[in-house]
Design a protein around this ligand. Structure first.
Ligand code: PLP
Length: 372
């Protein structure tokens, strides 16, 4: 048998649906201004880089991660203001938590398999995790202006009885922070059918509200709600640290499917270091927030920009005549943005931009102007 025969037979052992799917595409960005994935544009000041480097260099990386994770959890709980009686689960980015949630809930259910529900367009990892872990995904369209369609959400929840309902608060890629009453009504509808709600607050540093306030104000009504956060948009996308805050009885069960050493010693210590310098990151987030409205206003003034949506995150969604062409033209001018057109019919000819520093935004605006 040839190596090719061996491999083609071995490949058959990999799930046919996996072989048929497209993997998550990370756009190559070398030499480009990276405005496609909502990263924080700021780095640590040089003196802190040096301090962190020395700290990381002296760690016992010959040992598995240990008790310091408890220190990190406590710092994150304090930072977020976790409600009384809650516990934390840590993930290698919130992407891993999304996988773990699907893994923990994938079981036979009334009439077939357990379901996951989310308003769409939304974060791509929700349907992807459902597909990979064997849950049926129920997509409920947002309205044309990206608002939550509450009657449609309530009807879908009643019909499908999803194990998990995701609400990204604010949403990606629309940057919308939905009305509190509507979100609470969705959470109430899930309580009726007995399910979990995950409030995904990846963009919390840039939003005017957090669901944590509601969790504390009405703990019983929100007792099936899990709050998911990440340090990625905060400023540590490279360190991969996501966390889930929820009632300890629920988090304890979810934690059983987590690989035991999923957070490396290096991620853990980097996150502890960053939280010890929390005010620096708060200043960075505030600088980014301050650049958001001027960017939106400048976008609206560009001929060829058909629509710009409001934003509660460090991203801006806009519509042009030909998003595919605009994205390529911008790339040719050294600026990488995301063409989200193919994600959902409501996103036809939409581009998603990251809000960066004033200088980065100016460069992005100039590239867009020339591209249209
Ligand atoms: C809504 C939302 N949730 C979760 C994530 C995942 O973030 P990470 O895995 O970096 O924590 C993202 C990333 O873009 C996101 O947009």
């Amino acid at each position: 048998m040839t190596a090719q025969d061996n491999q083609s037979k071995a490949l058959q052992r990999i799930r046919a649906d996996v072989r048929a799917m497209q993997g998550y595409h990370v756009q190559p960005a070398q030499g480009l201004l990276k405005m496609d994935t909502m990263e924080n544009p700021y780095r640590l000041p040089v003196d802190l880089q040096k301090k962190l480097g020395e700290h990381l260099g002296a760690l016992e990386i010959n040992r598995y991660p240990g008790e310091r994770l408890e220190v990190l959890k406590k710092m994150l709980a304090d930072y977020a203001g976790a409600p009384a009686g809650s516990a934390l689960l840590l993930g290698n980015g919130s992407d891993e938590i999304i996988t773990l949630l699907a893994l923990a809930t994938a079981q036979p259910a009334e009439g077939g398999r357990a379901k996951m529900l989310a308003p769409m367009p939304g974060f791509v990892m929700y349907p992807l995790s459902a597909k990979l872990q064997g849950l049926d995904f129920v997509s409920v369209d947002l309205t044309a202006d990206f608002d939550l369609d509450l009657p449609a959400m309530q009807a879908a929840i009643a019909e499908h009885k999803p194990a998990i309902t995701y609400i990204a608060y604010p949403n990606n890629p629309t940057a919308t922070l939905w009305d509190e009453h509507k979100v609470q009504a969705v959470i109430d509808a899930v309580a009726q059918i007995g399910g979990l709600v995950v409030m995904d607050e990846a963009y919390q540093p840039f939003a005017s509200r957090s669901w944590i306030t509601r969790m504390k104000a009405e703990p019983e009504r929100n007792s099936h709600v899990l709050l998911m956060r990440t340090l990625s948009k905060f400023g540590l996308a490279g360190a991969r640290l996501g966390y889930l805050i929820g009632p300890s009885v629920i988090v304890k069960e979810l934690d059983k499917v987590r690989p035991p050493y999923n957070i490396s010693v290096l991620n853990c210590e980097t996150a502890i270091f960053a939280l010890a310098h929390e005010s620096l990151y708060a200043e960075q987030a505030s600088a980014i927030r301050a650049e958001r409205q001027p960017l939106i206003d400048a976008l609206k003034a560009i001929p060829g920009v058909e629509k710009v949506w409001p934003s509660e995150a460090n991203m801006v969604l806009l519509r042009v005549a030909d998003a595919g062409r605009a994205q390529l033209e911008m790339k040719a001018r050294g600026v990488l943005v995301k063409n989200v057109s193919a994600m959902h019919p409501l996103l036809a000819n939409c581009l998603r931009l990251t809000v960066g520093t004033r200088e980065e935004n100016a460069q992005m605006l100039a590239a867009l102007k020339e591209s249209l």
